[in-house]
Write a protein that binds this ligand. Structure first.
Ligand SMILES: [Mg+2]
Length: 288
């Protein structure tokens, strides 16, 4: 099977070169770019744009109800004490929730690279990310109704300045009365990628109406479980989706991918791919 795949790819590469594609394209590399279709979908499809726009518009339709119902909270695990009189806020992740970094992902795919902090930092500081469809209108509308906007991101603290510049570039509201951009490691207790300490920080002074993310970890800390554990946690929170929690589709990267290989990025690439392959539930095929 492997030989067939290799031969097919070699044939494709020769064909591609004759068509004038970059001669540096290696057949073996092409096989490992699992991010290509997801990134292509994020960057070029109207299907993605309509999906994200619909999600933000759905949230917009429910905002008045969330404001009016003082018992409404999107972070029941973190919203302690008598929160009903607290002023309203929403929490949004940044990457692939508010800002579209598909040009970075496209660079990863076309250069046969993986995500790395060494390249991600310079990308963030180039301030090239674009708005996720629907996010800007929704956030401006919520801000206009007096809702505080908190951006809770796993971008690390040294990248906060570049992140703020990118949000400002498109006019995303970022109040200056307090820190609204809560980065990873900005405080000692915020060193983890798990976001509940930062959600608690917001919930201490605000009633959190809605949470937005593209990754399960933007909503729950148990996002690095197995596929079955994630499924159970997803089902346990069934009532949250589409009212208090809003998920933006991200087929380019995320904990959904690493769940297939135990979130162990130290495994060799071929092993990770094999485990993803094994995680697929496939039809038996036409009966003979
Ligand atoms: Mg994200």
């Amino acid at each position: 099977m492997k030989t067939i795949i290799r031969r097919t790819l070699q044939g494709w590469a020769v064909g591609a070169m004759s068509l004038g594609f970059a001669a540096s394209v290696q057949a073996a590399d092409l096989a490992e770019n699992d991010g290509m279709n997801g990134t292509l979908w994020l960057q070029t499809s109207v299907e993605f744009k309509a999906n994200a726009l619909s999600t933000y518009r759905l949230a917009g339709l429910q905002l008045d109800a969330a404001l009016a119902d003082k018992s409404w909270t999107a972070v029941p695990g973190e919203q302690m004490g008598d929160y009903k009189a607290k002023p309203p806020a929403i929490i949004l992740d940044v990457d692939e929730t508010v800002l579209d970094n598909s040009v970075y992902q496209a660079w990863v795919v076309t250069q046969y690279k993986y995500y790395s902090g060494k390249t991600w930092g310079p990308f963030v500081n180039d301030v090239l990310s674009r708005p996720i469809p629907g996010s800007l209108d929704f956030i401006k509308m919520a801000h206009g109704k007096g809702v505080k906007i908190f951006y809770v991101t796993n971008r690390k603290a040294p990248l906060e300045d570049g992140t703020r510049k990118n949000l400002a570039k498109f006019g995303y509201p970022v109040d200056t009365s307090e820190d609204m951009v809560l980065t990873r490691g900005e405080k000692d207790e915020w060193k983890s990628s798990k976001k509940s300490p930062r959600r608690k920080h917001v919930a201490a002074n605000y009633r959190v109406l809605m949470v937005f993310g593209d990754n399960f970890g933007d909503f729950v800390d148990g996002y690095k479980g197995s596929i079955a554990e994630r499924q159970a946690l997803y089902e346990k929170n069934d009532a949250m989706w589409g009212s208090k929690w809003y998920m933006i589709a991200n087929p380019s990267y995320g904990s959904w991918e690493s769940a297939a290989f135990g979130h162990n990025w130290r495994k060799p690439g071929a092993e990770r791919r094999q485990m993803k392959h094994q995680a697929l539930e496939a039809w038996a095929g036409v009966k003979k």
